[in-house]
Design a binder for this molecule. Structure first.
Ligand code: GLP
Length: 270
């Protein structure tokens, strides 16, 4: 696991975007797993900038991690009060790059049959050969996607009830500005499971800010537990890169060692 500590959010975002761009250049039809949230916005901005300089998304295939149950996925309608992750992805990334609409996969929050949809979503990921690089943020309660504490570490794409902490965090981020009452925000979501995420060939996690410092330490240095579902990162067998800023790194016991390893690897061209 490579843990890369950068001075601030901008440097973290640039580093993460360079990793993603590297995959796209190496394998133009690569399959990316995408995340929402405030954290990856800077990474997406940087990818958009790279696209303006020639980075080609025309063959890239994407699968998003999650979506609130009950909200829409029509990408082109005006969204006033629509807080869907589909809208978020469209606004923050898709509409700015040359990705093909048919290559975008988002959990359908308006599906009439969530169970059937989840089975189909898993099958689609398999059909394209699996996810090459899964981009992840970190929830305040340690979740990936919406895999709340108590989710099985082998879980698959499914409907998940959101915890009070997640409702609070996401209310601040997505609903408050739209003047939607907290009681009216969705309490369920469709999310890829931890088992699904662990099958991605490689993982890139981005985390910033002091608010995430304690939970990040639990994720990376604590015991592997379904109470912090992202601690499953310690079980992943592919290349793992965790890119964080100094504030998020502040509660890590071994941050000095991670910096030292990065320097050594750089020195030896590894
Ligand atoms: C939501 C998403 C997660 C995301 C998390 C953190 O709960 N479902 O995928 O990682 O928010 O968001 P932020 O980056 O805004 O802290």
């Amino acid at each position: 696991m490579d843990i890369i500590i950068r001075d601030n959010y901008e440097e973290m975002s640039t580093y993460a975007a360079e990793i993603i761009a590297g995959y796209i250049k190496y394998k133009p039809d690569c399959v990316l797993g995408l995340a929402t949230g405030g954290t990856p916005i800077g990474t997406y901005k940087e990818l958009i900038r790279m696209h303006h300089e020639g980075l080609d998304f025309s063959q890239v295939i994407t699968f998003n991690l999650d979506e609130y149950l009950g909200v829409g996925m029509e990408l082109e309608r005006p969204y006033h009060s629509d807080q869907s992750y589909a809208r978020f992805m469209h606004e923050e990334l898709f509409k700015h790059i040359n990705i093909k609409k048919e290559n975008i996969h988002l959990p359908d929050g308006q599906t009439e049959d969530p169970k059937k949809f989840c089975i189909w979503y898993e099958a689609e990921i398999k059909r394209v050969g699996g996810i090459d690089l899964q981009i992840l943020g970190l929830g305040g309660d340690g979740h990936w996607g919406f895999n709340e504490p108590g989710s099985s570490l082998g879980s698959r794409t499914r409907v998940q009830a959101l915890t009070e902490q997640t409702l609070d965090d996401n209310y601040e981020a997505f609903y408050k500005n739209a003047n939607i009452e907290r009681s009216k925000m969705p309490h369920f979501a469709i999310t890829m499971g931890i088992g699904t995420i662990l099958e991605a060939k490689n993982i890139l996690m981005v985390v910033n800010g002091s608010k995430k410092a304690n939970i990040l330490a639990k994720c990376l240095e604590g015991p592997i537990t379904s109470q912090v579902t992202s601690s499953a990162i310690q079980l992943h067998s592919g290349e793992i890169t965790v890119v964080i800023d100094e504030a998020a790194a502040s509660k890590l016991t071994h941050s000095g060692r991670y910096k030292h390893i990065e320097k050594l690897k750089h020195q030896f061209g590894l």
